[in-house]
Ligand binder design. Sequence first.
Ligand code: PRP
Ligand code: GUN
Ligand code: MG
Length: 183
Amino acid sequence: MEFSDVENDIAEVLYTEQEIHAKIAELSRRIEVDYAGEKVLLVGVLRGAVMVMADLARELTIPIEMDWMAVSSYGSGTQSSGVVRILKDLDTDLHGRHVLIVEDIIDSGLTLSWLRGNLESRGAASVEICALLRKPEAAKVVVDVKYEGFQIPNAFVVGYGLDFAEQYRNLRGIAVLAPHVYA
Ligand SMILES: O=P(O)(O)OC[C@H]1O[C@H](OP(=O)(O)OP(=O)(O)O)[C@H](O)[C@@H]1O
Ligand SMILES: Nc1nc2[nH]cnc2c(=O)[nH]1
Ligand SMILES: [Mg+2]
């Protein structure tokens, strides 16, 4: 899908595919230094983080493992319910592991603050967060993010894994959705 196919639904393109890949390369270089000599476990948060995970994992030049969790607090709407549900748990024992949670976006922060606590309680040696996007103005809880891509305004965005009612995840860039789509 190209942006031209959904042009009417898009208010503004925030980041192109090239800008996203440059940012992921930048974050990868920092992660490689910080985890040198360790085998980090990347934990991707389904479904939004699929694209970030795929690109980050392939950009990294250190040994990694990948596992996935599915949690949801949004349903099909644009407001977090605040209630985080585990839809699919990890298959990996976290005891003594260095865990790096990979996320597409931190909005209210409710998903990640809950998830970090949950993973820490499983005996991980460390739990850090890599999130491509963060909306500082939308924060309901403060989340300490070690690897942050871009800070964005408080608008609903889609693309590069991010959906609205399961649409637009396959856009290559990240865009602000026009209000008429969800009005
Ligand atoms: O900081 P928060 O306000 O908690 O919002 C961030 C979360 O919301 C979205 O996931 P969602 O629950 O919509 O599911 P999805 O990843 O399957 O799209 C997004 O992918 C983050 O995981
Ligand atoms: N698609 C999408 N999902 C979100 N989940 C939390 N914030 C957002 C957002 O801005 N866009
Ligand atoms: Mg998500």
